[in-house]
Design a protein around this ligand. Sequence first.
Ligand code: SAH
Length: 394
Amino acid sequence: MNYCKVILKPKKEDSLLRFHPWVFSGAIQSIEGKPEEGDLVGVYGANGHFLGVGHCQIGSIAVRILSFQQTVIDEKFWEERIRSAYTLRKLLRLAGVENNNTYRLVHGEGDNLPGLIIDMYAETAVVQAHSVGMHMARHAIAEALKIVLGDELKNIYYKSESTLPYKTELACEDGYLYGGEVEDIALENGLKFYVDWLKGQKTGFFVDQRDNRSLLKQYAKDRSVLNMFCYTGGFSFYAMRGGARLVHSVDSSAKAIQMTKKNVELNFPGDTRHEAYAKDAFKYLEKMGENYDLIILDPPAFAKHKNVLKNALQGYRKLNAIAFEKIKPGGILFTFSCSQVVSKENFRLAVFSAAAQSGRKVKILHQLTQPADHPVNIYHPEGEYLKGLVLYVE
Ligand code: SAH
């Protein structure tokens, strides 16, 4: 391997010996050569022994390790890693089955590909790079996807304009790496929905709520449901399938509401149980009466960085407090946080404070997390980001 060498300070190799895939800039003693951001580098301990090979980047995480062995990062490497990710999704019965073609194929560190996200929507793969190294490798990744998925794949859309650091220098543009513009109808547990990966949020859909949406279906019968922060309506169509009496979907984005209506119509044409509103969550919750006995709160990440954690926790407390105050007796609350920097304990504490403020009797029925196609690498616990509680409010 002719990669530049990154040599660590004495005693800074422990986390790598435990297969944690990040090298922090403060751990580096010296660098041999002049690697550019995104280049492959070899990482070595203070006494010169090899620790791993990875992509280097500017910032506090200086290297993301791709392999802890002396692996050559070539076409074969990408093919093997993507094949292993795909094999797992088949094992999970998310890929290659009749009633589902929507799943996360690659979940960064969870699939030993730090900085890379790939979501599948029917015949389209949406690829998102979170590091310059993955951006540089995008064509190799696209080739590997074609080999692994074969006929199942017709399009690859690359969407990294907003996720790459230092994007201006890279002049990264979103666009198709393979195939062309299509309007795909994706399937999740037999439910249909349009996905707009071009203009939608993230890769186009929140694949990570699949299992939690299924659970909601079991609680929906004869209930009046409020799906707050509905985006394109995921929880709403499961509530309808579960026999909800009425479903109100709310999101501040008018585009999301339009899509929600389209998606509900696709699954339940002419069904009058559903209504959707483009409204701010806090304003809607404050104004609404005690109309609902099943409420979903799935807000966007309130904290993207550690330094705003306190505000974020207050945000969760305030939001949940209104729900506790307004939900009907015997109501069920599905409440979530997708902020990586908010721990399970902190989130629970924020919800606890909100419950206490309402004075209601509250029981935790389920503690939820992300589904198996968003696996957490056991050596990288930071990969666990989605937290949810299902609460019974007497
Ligand atoms: N539950 C959704 C995903 C929610 S993502 C699903 O299953 O697909 C968070 C959503 O919150 C986004 O659609 C965003 O438009 C919306 N949002 C952000 N701020 C908001 C606010 N103040 N009021 C209402 N919606 C908001």
